[in-house]
Ligand binder design. Structure first.
Ligand code: SAH
Length: 457
């Protein structure tokens, strides 16, 4: 491949075969190793494309004519799929999605991690890969005097009406529509983003899949909500199983959804849900996995890989609200969780108490600082679990792991590329990657989660 002159030219047509998908679901074709990204194309497809943008390292093309279709191509079931952008893979059958995600993990392990022979199991998918999200956060706009609940059309401030979202729990769609109608009845104006005025910015609905409990959150610009009493009374009456009505005030000119002030308007501060046997208290601002059914599968796998006998000290790095820590604590001697967000650690402690789990200890801080300190103080892990954000583990943490030498590391990853990079470091430090299990937490989207089992050689 010539690195200085791209092998394609703008406005020219090319016959290409697609081999891959990008993070946002575009097809990737290569000419002399130079990648061309084409929205709407799928692996295995052959097409005539027009190159519309040429950059040093890649080009963007447009599909002109497809000569050979992927056997996994389907009609996207959602009528607003293209405008919304929340899903990227509805035009690929679910079987095709699972194949693509497995291949993505295999490819980066080999390309970035230099790991050729590590078994990557078929992706554990959902039997019904729709209607799985337990949280809806819907922006509110106005049209012809009425309110619209929908989504921002990609790259605009325009709110397109959405009565249902096919990856959302039906319950949440109903709650949003009901609450919107009540607010409309009492003359609540929508927030106008460009003018920074109006009242109602977002309606959020949270649903406990196992308990059936519902939380409604109204995100408003001003602290006052007109006809507040009537609105609360009607929501309490009309939304089945509502346990909590909350207001969050966000008076800033920002596209961040939530502001700093959260007040309970009616009912409880929390709703509850279960993952496996463990009960979780979820507040308006708590982080909680959006696909609890698959979370159970993912964390079940992490627990299986940890192979605990009851004698182990375990460290759970990047522990969030302690979901994995509490799962592991049932089978370990002691679990130490560390997480950077103080509110998440408060939730983790609350959830430990709620489940009467006493062999856990949680600390606020950076994993790469706290764990080396623990190590200095003599706190060592027999098994170490990491579940970092997309950017992966900090190198200082990986070096501490290599020094500490836990027998087993279980790596839960939401980004196969950084997983592969980090596995390479651990392999260089005396570890071996035994196997990798991808789990589909976000059907219809390109997100890909995986759990890796790593053992000391
Ligand atoms: N295992 C968690 C989710 C992990 S998501 C659960 O089940 O709930 C990744 C988490 O890492 C987030 O909660 C994020 O706040 C936290 N985080 C990000 N950088 C961190 C760091 N340097 N040290 C510790 N935690 C960090």
């Amino acid at each position: 491949m010539n690195t200085t002159i791209p092998p394609v030219q703008k406005n020219e047509y090319y016959h290409v075969t697609f081999e891959d998908l990008t993070h946002d679901g575009a097809g990737v074709a290569k000419i002399d190793g130079y990648p061309i990204f084409v929205s709407g194309a799928l692996p295995e497809e052959e097409a005539n494309i027009k190159v519309i943008k040429v950059k040093k390292g890649y080009a963007i093309g447009r599909l002109i004519e497809t000569y050979k279709e992927s056997p996994y191509r389907v009609e996207a079931p959602c009528p607003i799929y293209k405008q919304c952008g929340g899903c990227q893979l509805q035009h690929l059958s679910y079987e095709g999605q699972l194949i693509a995600k497995r291949k993505q993990v295999q490819d980066v392990l080999e390309r970035i991690g230099g790991l050729k022979d590590v078994p990557v199991h078929p992706v554990l998918g959902m039997s019904e890969p729709w209607r799985y999200r337990n949280k809806a956060q819907v922006p509110i706009g106005e049209r012809e005097g009425g309110l619209v609940a929908g989504f921002y059309q990609q790259r605009t401030h325009e709110i397109i009406e959405m009565k249902e979202c096919l990856i959302q729990q039906e319950k949440n769609d109903e709650v949003v529509q009901t609450v919107k109608a009540i607010c409309e009845k009492y003359g609540v104006r929508a927030y106008d983003e460009p003018k920074h005025r109006g009242v109602l910015r977002h309606i959020m609905a949270r649903y406990g899949l196992v308990t059936g409990e519902v939380m409604v959150v109204l995100v408003t610009k001003p602290a006052e909500l007109p006809n507040k009493k009537e609105i609360i009374a009607e929501i309490a009456e009309q939304v089945p199983n509502v346990k909590s009505i909350v207001q969050n005030v966000n008076s800033k000119k920002t596209n961040v959804i939530f502001g700093d002030a959260t007040n309970v308007l009616w009912g409880e501060e929390y709703i509850y849900d279960f993952i496996g046997d463990i009960k979780f208290a979820i507040s308006a601002r708590s982080f909680y996995q959006v696909n609890p059914e698959q979370t159970k599968v993912l964390y079940g796998k992490a627990l299986e890989y940890a192979q605990l006998t009851g004698e182990e000290n375990v460290i759970d790095a990047y522990c969030g609200i302690g979901t994995i820590s509490l799962f592991l604590a049932q089978k370990a001697k002691k679990v130490y969780g560390v997480e950077i967000v103080p509110e998440a650690i408060e939730d983790a402690k609350r959830n430990a108490t709620l489940n009467e789990i006493n062999n856990v200890e949680f600390a606020v801080g950076e994993a790469e600082v706290v764990i080396p300190n623990w190590y200095k103080q003599g706190i060592k892990a027999d098994t170490l679990v990491v579940d970092p954000p997309r950017k992966g583990c900090d190198d200082a943490l990986l070096q501490t792991i290599i020094e500490m030498k836990p027998k087993r590391v279980v790596y839960v990853s939401c980004n196969p590329a950084t997983l592969a990079r980090d596995l390479k470091v651990l392999e260089g430090g005396g570890y071996k990657t035994v196997e990798v299990q991808p789990v589909d937490m976000f059907p219809q989207t390109t997100h890909c989660e995986a759990v890796a089992l790593i053992e000391l050689k």
